[in-house]
Design a protein around this ligand. Structure first.
Ligand SMILES: [Zn+2]
Length: 266
């Protein structure tokens, strides 16, 4: 039996962390936790996530309709985005949405986090794609996020922020923290002249470690559509983290490179 009050306290604690770490400004961001098949706790709209107490937390059903809310508190306006994640990912029990500085900057610049630059990011996240822009509070963001849900546990939202999800609230928060740390490292290394990427063989060894650990959640190491077709997965091809047109062009580049190498006898 879940202790709702304890979960509400944990939501407040994670709210403080995302606020104190500068991952949200003012009243931005939202957090939710699944407590049963038809009951979810979520943060209210219009309040700072850094100053919440358990009474602030609302309860909604799987359609996002209010089951319980105190005073004038109303569930987050982004609750549809959370509900889409729960509907399409039965393994997910918590969702965190924030606007961390570096991850959001990449989301605004239209650059997915797909360069393999450090082992922890490759193992825990793989790549972090960018879901197409949608107007907040409409079905546009849930629709845009949907196509990435079966391959990733963290997604950037174009011109907006980031969305992370996992089996527990702490793990969903850690996915957000890891996404931001990855984005920050990528940014800083670009400033220093560009990252030296891990090689394909190094990436494959890290993927193998992830498989051996039996880590939960979705990861392009196992699920990348290109990988399934026997092609290199997204750290190598960019396939899962870019639009279909650039997927085609990366395929084209790969086949041209292969032909050139053959002609050179390499
Ligand atoms: Zn937002």
């Amino acid at each position: 039996m879940v202790n709702e009050y304890e979960i509400k306290k944990e939501i407040c604690e994670i709210g403080k962390r995302i606020y104190n770490k500068g991952m949200v400004a003012a009243n931005d961001g939202n957090i939710s936790v699944k407590i049963s098949e038809n009951e979810f706790l979520c943060t209210p709209t219009g309040v700072s996530k850094g100053f919440m107490t358990p009474e602030y937390i609302c309860k909604v059903d799987k359609e996002g309709k209010v089951i319980q809310a105190n005073g004038s508190y109303k569930p987050s306006s982004e609750i549809k985005m959370h509900m889409r994640v729960y509907r399409e990912r039965p393994d997910v029990n918590a969702v965190v949405h924030a606007h961390p500085m570096y991850a959001t900057s990449f989301a605004i610049a239209g650059i997915p986090l797909s360069q393999p630059i450090m082992p922890e990011a490759v193992i825990s996240l793989g790549c972090v794609p960018i879901a197409e822009y949608g107007t907040p509070s409409t079905e546009e963001i849930p629709d845009a996020v949907s196509k990435y849900l079966q391959h990733f546990d963290s997604v950037l939202l174009a011109n907006h922020g980031a969305l992370s999800f996992s089996d527990t609230l702490l793990n969903a928060y850690f996915k957000m923290e890891s996404t931001e740390f990855y984005a920050q490292l990528l940014y800083q290394s670009k400033v220093l002249g560009g990252p030296k990427e891990l090689s394909d063989a190094q990436v494959q060894r890290l993927y193998e470690i992830r498989r051996q650990f039996g880590l939960k959640g979705k990861h392009p190491a196992d699920l990348c559509v290109n990988n399934k077709m026997g092609k290199p997965s997204c750290h190598n091809c960019g396939g899962c983290s870019s639009s279909s047109s650039s997927e085609d062009s990366s395929d084209l580049v790969a086949s041209i490179t292969k032909k050139v190498m053959e002609q050179l006898g390499l």
